[in-house]
Design a binder for this molecule. Sequence first.
Ligand SMILES: *Cc1c(COP(=O)(O)O)cnc(C)c1O
Length: 380
Amino acid sequence: MSGIPMLDLKREYLHRKAAIDAAITRCLDHQRWILGPEVGELEGEVASRFGHRHCVGVSSGTEALVLALRAIAIRRTGKEYFDRQDLVITTPFTFTATGDAILRAGATPLFVDIDPATFNLDPAKVHEAVAACAGRVVGILVVHLYGRSCEMAKFKEVADSEGLFLVEDVAQAFGGRWQSRYLGSLGEAGAFSFFPSKNLGCYGDGGMVATSDKELADLCRMLLKHGGRDKYNVDHIGYNARLDTIQAAVLLAKIGDLEEMNEKRREIASLYARELAGVVGIILPEEAEGHVFHQYTIRVPGGGRDALQKALAEEGIASMVYYPVPLHRMGVFRERMSVHGTLTEGERAAEEVLSLPIGPLMSEPEVRTVSGTLRRLLAR
Ligand SMILES: *Cc1c(COP(=O)(O)O)cnc(C)c1O
């Protein structure tokens, strides 16, 4: 039996092989590996296609988050880092890097529970948390999990009224929208990841910071090159966090059809929704507007998730649990976090979620195979 993987990167490469090969060959010809012309070109392309005023290429999505938060700390406090007393609200149901970036910027994550329908931070609980921790909350780091936008109007409202910064972790939602606007352009800054499996992926690590604020963009540019405008006379505690030229070249070759690829992901999600409608024992994700389905994630309530995953694997069908351990249960955060209320929805999600194979070039028969197998296994 051939089997269905989570995502077939080789298929995507072959789909655009000529353009990608040519882009890499151009780099081999010019040999400008560090901040070569492709990096600036990519920044310009992302800015103009997705309505961002300033884009700064960086070495990963994680570094994009760290640089954005550090730049905001420097500008708001005049110091290099936030204070341990400063709280940044975020979700416990995300990849570690989201919370880790808050720690690396010197602040303490304040975990607030998610809305079970969206898997994203619950705006009502964020309002409560801000009120409960009066004066200590400095910002909100929202995550558009699985490619679905947070309810940005509600977060903007609380951020604006309380003078908090709002940063978007867009690692899973490149090209996704909130109403008519592309994600990453709604807060003070947006952080993107080009990790190979993301909606826009390169062939290694890569990331980007988007912001409408020139001063923040300038600070990020300094931080990614050791912290100075001048490499040999440095102002801030910086990083070596540049986006590789060759990765920018690969991304330039792929960015032209990102919208089409995201549309294909939405079509696959719709097909899953039709094929799995009415199946007892699972809950399907909502098809929200602007959703780019980085993952197609179902819930398996009642404790049968792991057994179902194992049964699927026996039929040759891959699936993944993103994420099995909420951040507040991890050792790294145990002594370094604050929690508002209970985080039971985040914990329940960690026990129930199962992401099914989805990739822009997945075929209709493949989607039907996955759905049919699921239906059969759940009917047993
Ligand atoms: C992938 C991811 C990151 C980190 O991106 P890298 O490029 O792997 O460093 C951060 N946050 C979320 C939600 C992610 O999915």
